[in-house]
Structures are given as C-alpha cells and as structure tokens.
Design a protein around this ligand. Sequence first.
Ligand SMILES: Cc1cc2nc3c(=O)[nH]c(=O)nc-3n(C[C@H](O)[C@H](O)[C@H](O)COP(=O)(O)O)c2cc1C
Length: 152
Amino acid sequence: MKRVLEAARLAPSWKNLQCWRFIVVCSEESKNGILTAIPDANPGKKAIATAPVAIVLCADPQSSGVMGDRYYYLVDSGIAMEHLVLAASAEGLGTCWIGVFDENIVKSALAIPVGWRVVAMTPLGYPDQESSPRPRKKINEIVFREKWNSNF
Ligand SMILES: Cc1cc2nc3c(=O)[nH]c(=O)nc-3n(C[C@H](O)[C@H](O)[C@H](O)COP(=O)(O)O)c2cc1C
C-alpha cells in the first residue's frame, strides 16, 4: 500500500502544486457511504463492494491551472491515478478506475471540504480472476506520421 501511494505522490503536476488528496477507505462505514454513490448498473460497484480497500482521489481545482477551457486538475489527477494503478499492477494488485458516481454523496460520506472535487476512485485488492484484455484500436488508427491522418 505504501509503495502504491508513494508512486502517486511522486506524480508530476501543474507547477508542482500537487492538487490531489487520496482517501484510503477500509472501514465498512466509509465503504458503504461510497457504495451508495455508485449506480447499481456500474460494473465497478461490485469491485468496490468486494475489495478490502478503495482509494478515492480528490483534487482542488484552485491548486492547479486553467488555460481557457482546459482544467488541469483533471490532468494532474489522471497522471497521479495512473501512477497508482501501474504501481498496484506491479505489486500484483488489481484496480478499476471508477468515474461514474454521485459526487455529492461521496463528499458527504467522506467529509470532503467544499471546493474539492472527487475525480475518481478505485478498488484495490488481489484479483480473484484474470480478466481477458479488452480490445484496443490498431496502432495505425491512432498514430499518424508528420500530419493528421497520414499513415504511420
Ligand atoms: C476516466 C475513466 C472512467 C471510468 N469509469 C468507470 C466506471 O465508472 N465503472 C467501471 O466499471 N469502469 C470504469 N472505467 C474503466 C473502463 O471502462 C476500462 O478501463 C475500459 O473499458 C478498458 O478496459 P481495461 O481497463 O480492462 O483495458 C473507467 C475508465 C476511465 C479511464
């Protein structure tokens, strides 16, 4: 757990402002609080319910940049969460990025202050099964050479 959180701590961020906070959820009370925020149809809900730990990523938009319509707290958070996810994977731990939930319910359940956003959460635990890889676009569909749409 310490190594996984340390990987997130070391992530780069806008002006190194480190706008994120990570809440490690272990207790039944806190976990039930965040479970009520996740729609039943969300496949990630079962993983949160069964994992021993959930990590909730919060960010303060005021502690990151805004350039026009680009809100960099989301970029900062995405990088930090991916650091965490990759470090977890290196430890043999499973994660699932969960982005669909009722933010206000999570904030109230975990006493997250006004002004902070809940960007994502993930279960964390040893997976009980191997999931088969989901399809990805081919490299030529997503990588161009020199100009848009030219073959790589
Ligand atoms: C921003 C973001 C939000 C996501 N939200 C959810 C979610 O709410 N529930 C869920 O089960 N999976 C969620 N996922 C997981 C994606 O569905 C999953 O990563 C994608 O289908 C690819 O599958 P793979 O990670 O197994 O390769 C989310 C992933 C991202 C990056």
